[in-house]
Design a protein around this ligand. Structure first.
Ligand code: ZN
Length: 264
């Protein structure tokens, strides 16, 4: 299957390739991820997601097309509705910062595919700058400095750890390296240009270069993939996490639960 920007996020593409979001979906809840791949379950589009997409459309140079495709976000006069107003502020914040704009220079939304863990993976980078040997991801986040609780890490972590952005850095640099046939470990530099949804948006260029961490992240993926591929190919039954929207929506009670078992 030939990937293009318009079919990149399609079900067909997700079935034919592995992707970072699909991988994380399997780690979070196999049952939900399989229902997504079967076209039986779709995540509701949130306001936060729309704000992110709008800022990405700006980066890609397709803001006008985005506005035409998302009338729900705009007033008749063509301005952003109140709950989306911060999106324009976020863009203005980035436009006013020379370093942020410098890091966003390069080819936008490049797709790379390569074999890894025995299957084809797909990645789409926000910025690919071959001459300067770097890639950059544009991220919109609630806050850049706030920390949140992570069960996995057993403590409070930054949004970078909470949303597995080191896994993304490792996967994207590795798939790009494989796609371009460079030697093992010859990864491009990887940065994140982050902008927050605060009333007065914060911004930061975050250096995500960490080869040792990449090796740990990639080894973890290699360890998890055999099971994921068994589930994806239908050889084994997907496990339900019992906690996600999908599991709640398909839950059928078979008996009473003892009160002491709640939250266990
Ligand atoms: Zn679940």
């Amino acid at each position: 299957m030939e990937l293009t920007k318009s079919n990149y996020h399609s079900l067909e593409a997700e079935r034919a390739y592995m992707s970072r979001s699909q991988y994380l979906g399997f780690i979070k809840c196999e049952a939900q991820q399989m229902a997504k791949l079967a076209g039986e379950w779709r995540q509701e589009t949130s306001d936060a997601f729309l704000v992110g997409s709008y800022v990405h459309a700006w980066n890609e140079g397709s803001r006008r097309e985005f506005i035409a495709e998302h009338p729900e976000m705009f007033t008749k006069a063509g301005d952003l509705k109140a709950n989306f107003k911060t999106a324009d502020l976020m863009i203005a914040t980035l436009e006013a910062d020379p370093l942020a704009m410098y890091m966003l220079q390069g080819e936008k939304e490049r797709i790379f595919t390569a074999e890894f863990t025995g299957v084809l993976w797909k990645v789409m980078t926000d910025v690919h700058n071959k001459e300067r040997r770097r890639m950059a991801e544009l991220k919109t986040t609630k806050s850049i400095i706030e920390t949140t609780w992570s069960q996995e890490h057993g403590g409070r972590v930054s949004f970078v750890e909470q949303y597995n952005y080191l896994l993304q850095a490792a996967l994207y640099t590795e798939i790009e390296r494989r796609a371009n046939g460079r030697q093992e470990g010859d990864w491009l530099e990887y940065y994140m240009v982050a902008v927050s949804k605060d009333n007065v948006p914060d911004k930061e260029v975050i250096d995500l270069r960490d080869p040792d961490r990449y090796l740990v992240e990639l080894a973890q993926v290699e360890e998890n993939m055999p099971r994921i591929l068994q589930v994806k190919s239908g050889l084994v039954e997907p496990v339900r996490c019992g906690r996600c929207d999908y599991c709640r929506s398909t839950k059928i009670l078979t008996g009473a639960i003892h009160y002491l078992a709640l939250g266990a």
